[in-house]
Design a protein around this ligand. Structure first.
Ligand SMILES: [Zn+2]
Length: 263
């Protein structure tokens, strides 16, 4: 496991947002474990409930789901991943959303967390989720508006469809200044958008991007489209003119692409 000091930075667009995930930390298959009460304090469900209150979004619980106005149902799934570094805990946190505005489709975003113990790892994963995907979900899938929730909205045009893209902040994690961000914003993301517009059918879509570099090389590129690997996009991003730094760095980005008319 690569060790690094956490530096979460919020970037573009001006106000905040969303995310991506930390899909694949270098680990084997995930295993779901029951809540480990020993680490104690706030569960990610409690954190989500608190974040909704802070945004003035009414919600109630129905089983493990958080039900929002418009019958949007949010579900958090926290998984523990084995870590090869003693004392280091790794979790993957998934936020799922489903409701009339998604036509019953489950939209999902991942964030990973690392730290000394499960609570610290879960807190970090939730914080990444909160900075990016959380706002994108509220912006794209609910009527909620607030000064914190202003995803960049862009109109995209395909062969037979138009969409509104709700674009979350690119979240980077690194020790110094970001060596990935400029290339991502200048080259990678515009290229990815073009690929989407040229190839995707009409309807609801969502995109999650994860890029990680270490020792002056891009080590991981992952692009998920509708929660599935998108190999053409991964190839495209791998061919961008990255200038990665020596220290570990990661960048994540999450976008919901709503069919025009539903937005
Ligand atoms: Zn808000």
């Amino acid at each position: 496991m690569i060790m690094f000091r956490d530096t979460l930075k919020k970037w573009w667009p001006p106000k905040h947002q969303k995310a991506t995930d930390d899909p694949a930390p270098p680990v084997a298959a995930a295993q779901t474990t029951p809540d480990d009460g020993s680490i104690g304090t706030e569960s990610t469900d409690d954190m989500l409930a608190r974040a909704l209150i802070q945004h003035g979004v009414p919600s109630h619980r129905d089983g493990s789901a958080h039900v929002l106005p418009g019958d949007l149902r949010l579900l958090l799934v926290l998984e523990d991943h084995p870590s090869t570094t003693p004392g280091n805990h790794v979790v993957a946190l998934e936020l799922r959303a489903e409701g009339p505005r998604t036509d019953g489709i489950v939209v999902s975003s991942f964030a990973a967390g690392f730290g000394e113990g499960r609570q610290i790892a879960a807190n970090q994963a939730f914080m990444k989720m909160l900075l990016s995907a959380f706002h994108v979900f509220l912006d794209a899938l609910t009527e909620h508006t607030c000064s914190q929730c202003e995803s960049a909205m862009t109109r995209w045009s395909g062969n037979d469809a138009t969409w509104t893209a709700y674009d979350g902040a690119v979240i980077t994690q690194q020790t110094g200044s970001s060596a990935l961000l400029d290339t991502y914003l200048t080259h990678a993301w515009p290229a990815l958008r073009r690929l989407f517009e040229q190839t995707q059918p009409k309807g609801l879509h969502w995109i999650g991007v994860f890029v990680a570099s270490f020792h002056n090389e891009v080590q991981t590129v992952e692009v998920l489209l509708d929660s599935n690997p998108w190999p053409d996009a991964t190839d495209l991003l791998s061919r961008q003119p990255w200038t990665p730094g020596f220290e570990y760095e990661s960048a994540r980005h999450f976008v919901i692409v709503m069919p025009e008319g539903n937005a």
